[in-house]
Structures are given as structure tokens and as C-alpha cells.
Design a protein around this ligand. Structure first.
Ligand SMILES: NC(=O)c1ccc[n+]([C@@H]2O[C@H](COP(=O)([O-])OP(=O)(O)OC[C@H]3O[C@@H](n4cnc5c(N)ncnc54)[C@H](O)[C@@H]3O)[C@@H](O)[C@H]2O)c1
Length: 363
């Protein structure tokens, strides 16, 4: 096992280090174990509010630079998500470079677990895209800094989906005057772990659901179970819709897609939905599209992991996820009253929490 660790305490820096400095990361660990085919990056953005917690993503990145950019952005997002959710957790994230359908092995996850262990609790891992609770069993043989284990809090996706559903309903209450989603045309992009549970909630309310996914098997299964229509991944942006629910990867709200979207609400599970937060956050507000901030409404999963770490009951976790409704409602109202995009109101709320923690620590 080769450990390359870069900490935020050196004035001579370039490349990866300058990128992490610019984004305010505390620590980035580059992990390579050729024997088991592991290439991974663990980013600890902040431990101000507690140990950093965030899932591990396994994805076929085009190159290492793309993976690095992703993990730096995602880990910073976790700092904001955990802060706004009032959890005593900081923000971190990990990415494993590889194809989750071909490149998994118990040895690879055990090796990854040893890297997590080497951070001595500064980073607690969990599932994200491409990772299952079963994979976490292998990780847990090497480190106790792992959550989302089967038999404990398990798969966080159902709670994530519930929180997204709550955020979507709060946005609907403001946009339509009622939080009922009955008959609303909702386009769900990506019907994996979270997307499928979300479709379940929407189907119960008799929403008019259209779905897409890059995997035909998943798509047909979900469409059959819940009676949704199907479109190709390229066509999802231009379908007639009231609500767009991105539940695949980030940056799908961008220069190309905004002009195609006919929705007046965006509320989904994906992290970093706005390709350029500032530009696209303002543009959505100008167009009258309510954007329910991703890191606020998809926090159900991390609440679930927090419950496992802190021994909180399932019932209390669902209550925490239910509160996403009122926080989303308040943020959208403030955004409208003060003519500030929702992402900025949410960011400010998270930053104020971090400032309060810093003040407590230095007093
Ligand atoms: N799992 C959680 O609890 C959780 C918590 C917070 C945020 N999120 C975020 O929500 C999103 C979904 O997470 P998940 O756990 O459901 O992942 P997942 O891998 O189970 O599902 C993602 C689905 O999106 C599909 N997909 C990928 N690219 C696509 C594209 N271009 N067009 C259409 N479909 C595409 C995949 O085939 C897959 O079925 C991710 O962005 C993740 O970071 C997940």
C-alpha cells in the first residue's frame, strides 16, 4: 500500500495542492494499490463540525483529473450538507476510479478500507453511486470508520429519496399553492437506488412520471413496477414536465439544458446539479424555476449514516428527513422575499452554522 498524503500546511504548492487550497480542503489522500487494481482519492474538506462523513463513489472517470475534480467538489458539498442539516459532522468524500459492474472485488474494497483506516477517523465512509452495502462489508473488515452497513443503518437511499420527496413537496407548495403532486408531470433522470424509491413515493401520489436511465434493465424494471413512461437519456430534458428530478450525476443543469427544460421546479437527489452554481442559480431564478438546493434536500442519506454513528432511532431519522420540508420552504420563501437565488440562501445558512462552530471552538 502506497500512501501519498497532502495536508493544508505547506506554502509551496501546485496542481492538486493548489486546487485543494483554493477550495479550502484540509486533506487529500491519493490511494494506489496495483495488486488489486485500486485507484482512489479521499478528500477531507472540513472537520470543523465533526469528523468528515460522505459516501464513496465508484465511476469510470475519463482520467484522474476528472476524478479529482469530482471528489474535491463533492467533499466540499458534504461540508455544506452536514452543516445545514445541523449534524455534528464535517464534509468528506471518496472516489474509486473503475467500472462498478466489472472492477469490484473483495480485495479492492479491503485495500480501500485500509486507506480509510489510515486517516484515523477524520473520514467516515458510506455508499454512493456504484457502491452497495455489501461492498461496505469488505471495507468494514479493515476499518471501523464506515457507516451504511447491512443490518445497521443499511442502504441510505430510501431516506435520501424521502428527503427529496419532502423538498419537492415544499417547492410545489410555493409554486402551485398546494404540495400535492397528483397529476404533476415529473421527469426522473436516473432510476438507481434513490431514483427508484423516489418514483415509488411519486407513484403513490398518482404523479405522471417519465423516467430515463442509461441501463435498459433498470429502466424496464422500474417502468413496469410503477407504470411510468420511458424516454432516452438525451430526450429527458425536452419532455413536457412540471418538475425535473435529476437523480443520476451532477452538472445536468447547464447552458445546454436550461433552454430545453419546460419545468418550473427542479428537485432531485444528484449532488452538484448546477454546472455553474452562480450563473445557473441566477438564471433559474430569472426564469421563475424554483431550484430546491441539492445538498439540502438530498441530506436524508447522510442523516441515516449519522443515526448509525450516533445510535439514533429510525423513527427519529425519518423525523429529521421530514424537516427538510420546512427548511426548503423557508429557504424558498427567503429567496423570493429577498430576490436571492435559493442556492445562495442555503449556502449562507450552512456557512453561518460553520462560523458558529468555529466561534465555539476558539472561545
Ligand atoms: N444513495 C444516496 O443515499 C444518495 C445520497 C445523496 C445524494 N445521492 C446522489 O444521488 C444520485 C443517485 O444516487 P444513487 O445512489 O441512486 O446512485 P445509483 O448508481 O444507484 O443510481 C444512479 C442511476 O443513474 C443512472 N445514470 C447514470 N448516468 C445517467 C445518465 N446520463 N442519464 C440517465 N441515467 C443515468 C445509472 O444507470 C443509475 O441507474 C447521485 O448523484 C448521488 O451522488 C445519493
Amino acid at each position: 500500500m502506497e500512501v501519498k498524503e497532502v495536508s493544508n500546511n505547506n506554502s509551496q504548492h501546485s496542481g492538486v495542492v493548489s486546487e485543494m487550497f483554493a477550495m479550502g480542503h484540509e486533506k487529500v489522500l491519493i490511494c494506489q494499490d496495483p495488486k488489486v487494481g485500486l485507484k482512489a482519492i479521499i478528500a477531507v474538506h472540513s472537520t470543523v463540525c465533526g469528523p468528515s462523513l460522505g459516501g464513496t463513489r465508484m465511476w469510470k472517470y475519463k482520467n484522474e483529473a476528472e476524478a479529482l475534480k469530482d471528489v474535491l467538489r463533492l467533499s466540499r458539498g458534504m461540508t455544506y450538507k452536514n452543516a445545514i442539516s445541523n449534524l455534528n459532522l464535517g464534509g468528506g468524500k471518496a472516489v474509486i476510479i473503475g467500472d462498478s459492474r466489472k472492477d469490484k472485488s473483495p480485495e479492492l474494497f479491503r485495500s480501500f478500507g485500509r486507506y480509510v483506516e489510515s486517516l484515523s477517523g477524520a473520514y467516515i465512509t458510506a455508499e454512493d453511486v456504484g457502491i452497495s452495502p455489501e461492498d461496505m462489508i469488505h471495507v468494514s473488515k479493515e476499518t471501523k470508520h464506515v457507516s451504511g452497513m447491512p443490518g445497521k443503518s443499511g442502504d441510505p437511499s430510501p431516506v435520501t429519496a424521502f428527503g427529496v420527496y419532502m423538498g419537492m413537496k415544499a417547492a410545489a407548495k410555493i409554486q402551485y399553492g398546494s404540495d400535492s403532486l397528483s397529476g404533476k408531470k415529473i421527469a426522473v433522470q436516473g432510476v438507481g437506488h434513490v431514483g427508484e424509491y423516489l418514483v415509488g413515493y411519486l407513484a403513490k401520489e398518482s404523479a405522471d412520471i417519465v423516467i430515463t436511465d442509461i441501463h435498459d434493465d433498470i429502466l424496464k424494471n422500474v417502468a413496469g413496477k410503477y407504470g411510468c413512461s420511458i424516454v432516452s437519456p438525451e430526450d429527458i430534458y425536452s419532455v413536457d414536465m412540471d418538475i425535473y428530478a435529476p437523480c443520476a450525476l451532477g452538472a445536468t443543469v447547464n447552458d445546454d439544458t436550461i433552454s430545453k427544460l419546460s419545468c418550473n421546479i427542479i428537485a432531485g437527489a444528484a449532488n452538484n446539479q448546477l454546472a455553474d452554481e452562480n450563473k445557473h442559480g441566477h438564471l433559474l431564478m430569472e426564469k421563475g424555476i424554483i431550484y430546491a438546493p441539492d445538498f439540502l434536500i438530498n441530506a436524508g442519506g447522510v442523516m441515516n449514516c449519522y443515526a448509525e454513528v450516533m445510535n439514533i432511532s429510525n423513527e427519529d431519522v425519518m423525523k429529521m428527513a421530514e424537516n427538510i420540508y420546512s427548511t426548503t420552504y423557508d429557504i424558498i420563501k427567503t429567496s423570493q422575499l429577498e430576490s436571492i437565488p435559493t442556492f445562495l440562501v442555503a449556502n449562507k445558512m450552512a456557512e453561518e452554522r460553520i462560523k458558529r462552530e468555529l466561534a465555539l471552538k476558539s472561545s
